[in-house]
Design a protein around this ligand. Structure first.
Ligand code: MRU
Length: 346
């Protein structure tokens, strides 16, 4: 199984996802700022993976610090949290991770030596990473549990795979689990304009695993769904509001409408750490706007007339009413979402 993140004793290495699948190049982050830039520049992307890297970034900075005790280091730690929060706004896993980190460190006494802070933070970051991996496997199992006798064909969007998590993936975790027991028929992969996570990353992961699939342009989804060859649409999520409205990669909302029209089940696969219990509805979810060049150029070459105005939201919000179920590690959450999500929060 391919993992995009390696950490050991102050050294954080990330596979550069901007170069995949043509080049497998590892980038070393040597300070907190380089971790923040790696998230901003999409060296690493995907909601759970961003949180894992942030956890290791915090651990790494503490590991490399020359301060002697927690009291001296605390302000650096807070600064690091604030810097990481400014990297990408939509995936809530990052913000949930940072509030976890703050809670964890609130338990430290001022005079605790840095040697203890270092080991505790590393253990905490390793624990977070391992937990994400286990969570993804559990999501896969839950997905498998709702499949009937018949082999399932799935349409997916973006990359919610190993690369987007500690490993295994969420939407791709469901696909992996079905495949492992011979319950998967076929996968349709949206290329995912404009950043091409489907073409570059999901297709790469499926090839590595020997899972049968076809890549398609995003706009082929309607006719693929009309063909009757798809049983489930399964996508990941970046932030799920308390009423079930779900932010995910741009194009997910369109896919949900198409699935509804064609009577195809539409599942979101996501860990509980992707819920934002403070967001009442999708309107409370901040949507990242990405650079115009992602649309006006291709492979570094300009393709649009100079002066072309661009809108480039990286995510959209799928209303809960279009979602058949949210596959979490705790089970499948279905309508009425506000009630079931409130129970989950408890
Ligand atoms: O802009 P990205 O590539 O970070 O967007 C990723 C997605 O939208 C994924 O579907 C989501 O983060 C879930 S990953 C398990």
């Amino acid at each position: 199984l391919f993992s995009a993140i390696k950490y050991k004793s102050g050294c954080l290495e990330l596979i550069d996802q901007r170069l995949l699948p043509l080049e497998k190049k590892w980038v070393t982050c040597s300070d907190l700022e380089s971790v923040a830039i790696a998230i901003e520049d999409m060296v690493v992307r995907g909601a759970p993976a961003i949180a894992c890297v942030a956890a290791y970034g915090l651990a790494m900075d503490a590991f490399l610090s020359n301060t002697t005790n927690w009291e001296d280091y605390r302000s650096d730690f807070i600064k690091n949290c604030e810097r990481l929060k400014k990297t990408r706004p939509t995936a809530v896993n990052l913000f949930n991770l940072i509030s976890d980190a703050k809670n964890f460190l609130d338990s430290f006494e001022d005079k605790i030596p840095m040697s203890k802070v270092k080991t505790d933070l590393e253990k905490w970051a390793d624990g977070f990473f391992d937990n994400d991996l286990e969570t993804c496997r559990a999501i896969g199992e839950v997905g498998l549990s709702i499949a009937g006798e018949k082999k399932i064909s799935i349409l997916t969007h973006c990359n919610a795979g190993s690369l987007a998590t500690a490993g295994y993936g969420t939407a791709l975790g469901v696909i992996r689990s079905l495949h492992a027991v011979g319950q998967l028929n076929y996968v349709f992969v949206d290329e995912t304009r404009p950043y091409m996570q489907g073409t570059r990353l999901t297709a790469f992961e499926l090839i590595e695993e020997g899972i049968p699939f076809s890549l398609q342009v995003d706009s082929a989804a309607a006719s693929t769904l009309a063909s009757g060859h798809v049983d489930w649409v399964v996508v990941g999520a970046d932030r799920i509001a308390s009423n079930g409205d779900t932010a995910n990669k741009i194009g997910t909302y369109a896919l949900a409408i198409l699935a509804k029209y064609h009577g195809v089940a539409f599942y979101v696969a996501a860990p509980v750490s992707t819920f934002d219990f403070n967001a009442r509805t999708g309107e409370d979810i901040p949507i990242e706007q990405r650079p115009a060049e992602e649309l006006t150029s291709f492979g570094g070459h300009p393709i649009a007339a100079p002066g072309t105005e661009v809108i480039n939201p990286s995510f959209d919000v799928t209303p809960a009413e279009l979602i058949t179920g949210i596959i979490t590690e705790e089970g499948v959450i279905r309508a009425p979402y506000p009630d079931h999500i409130a129970t989950l929060m408890e």
